[in-house]
Write a protein that binds this ligand. Structure first.
Ligand SMILES: *Cc1c(COP(=O)(O)O)cnc(C)c1O
Length: 228
């Protein structure tokens, strides 16, 4: 079931890449396993998936411990992160997707000292201008990017967004397009190679607009019943 779902998602990515004239290997599939058991992650791993995304620090820690024997499995933290949870995330994650303030960046930097490799970070941009959502306003992005680049234990890799819900995938296009334009206004792919955008419902549109990482949960693991 999970293996078939993964094959379907990979086919969707390949088709969207072909339509956009992009190399499909330039798009990384991140399997978002939040609320799903470690067994589901192991099943996806057996089907060849290596990168997994979690939203809650406690859950990340539990699943990381349960699956520590899978050495080439990479964990990404995609949720809103409180500074008091930075320690556990900086220890386990390869990449943190939703850094949205200097205080959090500095805390992650402090906790990432002593790691073998720097901690990869993306800055979340609030593309919908929603007060209730995380992410920096586009106008506040420049100083945050510079601050992150000054922290030796972090490696700035790009931008991430969670656009507002839209009635259909096509309506999300302007938000994906906006993130890409913001990236291009702040140094382009040379400085910010990764664009983490697109989920189960809109991954094709996100790929057409330049996504390099799509974060997919439901299409791989099925609907979530608990907190989303
Ligand atoms: C849950 C989640 C996803 C996956 O969403 P689906 O619609 O289930 O694919 C992607 N990104 C973030 C930040 C999430 O919290």
């Amino acid at each position: 079931m999970i293996a078939e779902n993964l094959a379907d998602v990979r086919a969707r990515i390949a088709a969207a890449a072909a339509r956009a004239g992009r190399d499909p290997t330039s798009i990384q599939l991140l399997a978002v396993s939040k609320t799903k058991p470690a067994e589901a992650v192991a099943e996806a791993y057996a089907a060849g998936q290596r990168a997994f995304g979690e939203n809650y620090a406690q859950e990340l820690e539990t699943k990381h411990a349960a699956l520590a024997h899978l050495k080439d499995l990479d964990w990404h933290f995609v949720g809103r992160l409180q500074t008091n949870k930075a320690k556990v995330v900086a220890k386990i994650a390869k990449m943190v997707h939703a850094v949205d303030g200097e205080r959090l960046a500095r805390e992650l930097g402090k906790r990432a000292e002593g790691r073998e490799a720097p901690l990869d970070v993306l800055v979340e941009v609030n593309v919908g201008g929603e007060a209730s959502k995380g992410g920096v306003a586009p106008g506040d992005l420049a100083p945050l990017l510079s601050a992150i680049e000054a922290i030796g234990s972090l490696r700035l890799r790009g931008l991430m967004s969670i656009p507002p819900p839209t009635p259909d995938a096509e309506s999300s296009r302007r938000f994906h397009h906006l993130l890409r334009s913001i990236r291009d206004a702040h140094g382009g792919p040379a400085r910010l190679p990764e664009l983490s955008m697109g989920m189960t419902d809109d991954l094709e549109v996100a790929i057409e607009e330049g996504a390099t990482i799509v974060r997919v949960g439901t299409a791989i693991f099925g609907a979530r019943t608990a907190r989303t």
